[in-house]
Design a protein around this ligand. Structure first.
Ligand code: HEM
Ligand code: NAG
Ligand code: NAG
Ligand code: NAG
Length: 317
């Protein structure tokens, strides 16, 4: 009986936590802004047609938003005289395409002023770019509020590409995300591009006994070294995240198993049988990856934190 009471208590606790952080719903704007989501999707489609770097940029932007103070649009705020914002913090390398969110917000504001949050627009856009890149679709839960605080100094809370598995696990678990979420969401690295600085540690002075990370495939490592020499002078030099970096697919996991991933944090997913097992599963099944990715995206994007609906995504009300 005692264990049943404990079990009931646990279930009610879980439900109340879910209720608090998941106070979101896919029909949140069905009365107040029924055409809002479509307007966001249209704006994203137009931008992607003009600029192929937009999908990866918006997916990464949503991840950064959610990992600092929850998905509250804080990544979208610009710095002002009093404050240096997240977007000007150190790991902002390659954060771009903010203009797409501003355009989507304008379109939505003209339909229903002051109703749809910037954080929701970014979450919708992140889903849209996955779909436009050939990935799975899902209903985006909505009802996030925008935050009023954005600090460059807090970007150190983001996981670093040099993290090992226990550091990654800690960073995710602090946000209620599991090992499965870590492996599935790392699949976001199927899209886009990285600058040399993010994987420099693996290809020069790796450790006391190796210049190059021995877990890297040797020919892949030499191709990385040729685009990223030790004293790299080319401004935007780097490499694509995987060999099909415009398609949302499971190639990232296949290459990871061959020692062809860019970051130590990618390679780290092979360090434990459990995470390695998930990598193998996703490498052999696109369907298993898609399903897991959708589930984990919904979980990550339900980390909320704000309190207002911003009128301009770049500045607080
Ligand atoms: C697991 C921890 C993660 C680490 C350490 C990490 C780190 C990085 C780094 C260092 C870059 C390259 C930045 C540059 O040099 O330009 C990058 C790019 C990227 N990341 Fe992650 N990331 C992580 C998780 C995620 C997640 C969860 C997503 C989304 C679901 C994501 C999506 C992306 C995308 C799409 C790019 C390419 C950006 C572009 O081409 O503009 N990452 N990541
Ligand atoms: C800086 O903060 C002060 C006091 O809160 C405020 O009056 C001023 O407008 C702020 N400056 C900027 C550029 O936001
Ligand atoms: C990144 O931060 C630097 C300054 O720290 C800033 O000059 C640059 O505009 C920022 N990039 C983006 C995309 O906001
Ligand atoms: C991961 O890195 C941390 C910090 O550098 C270190 O303390 C820890 O021992 C490392 N864990 C493993 C399993 O290598």
């Amino acid at each position: 009986m005692a264990s049943m009471a404990a079990c009931l208590l646990m279930i009610t606790t879980i439900f109340s936590i879910l209720h608090l952080s998941f106070g979101l719903s896919s029909d949140y704007y069905s009365k107040t802004c029924p055409k809002g989501e479509e307007a966001v999707t249209d704006a994203v489609k137009k931008a992607v047609a003009n600029d192929q770097t937009v999908p990866a940029a918006l997916l990464r932007m949503h991840f950064h938003d959610c990992f600092i103070r929850g998905c509250d649009g804080s990544v979208l705020l610009k710095s002002n005289g009093n404050n240096t914002a997240e977007k000007d913090g150190p790991p902002n390398i390659s954060l771009h395409a903010f203009y797409v969110i501003d355009k989507a917000k304008k379109a939505v504001e003209s339909l229903c002023p002051g109703v749809v949050s910037c954080a929701d627009i970014l979450a919708i856009a992140a889903r849209d770019v996955v779909v436009l890149s050939g990935g799975p679709t899902w209903e985006v839960p909505k009802g996030r509020k925008d935050g009023r605080i954005s600090k460059a100094s807090e970007t150190i809370q983001l996981p670093s590409p040099t993290f090992n598995l226990s550091q990654l696990q800690q960073s995710f678990s602090q946000r209620g995300l599991s090992i499965e979420d870590l492996v599935a969401l790392s699949g976001g690295h199927t899209l886009g591009f990285s600058h040399c600085s993010s994987f420099q540690n693996r290809i020069h002075n790796f450790d006391g006994s190796h210049d190059i990370d021995p877990s890297l495939n040797p020919s892949f490592a030499s191709s990385l070294r040729s685009v990223c020499p030790m004293h790299n002078k080319v401004k935007n030099a780097g490499a694509t995240m995987d060999s099909t970096s415009a398609s949302f697919d499971n190639t990232y996991y296949k290459l990871l198993l061959q020692g062809k991933s860019l970051f130590s944090s990618d390679q780290a997913l092979l360090a434990h049988p459990k995470t390695k097992g998930l990598v193998s599963k996703f490498a052999s099944s696109q369907g298993a990856f898609s399903q897991a990715f959708v589930k984990s995206m919904i979980k990550m994007s339900s980390l909320t934190g704000g309190q207002e609906v911003r009128l301009d995504c770049k500045v607080v009300n």
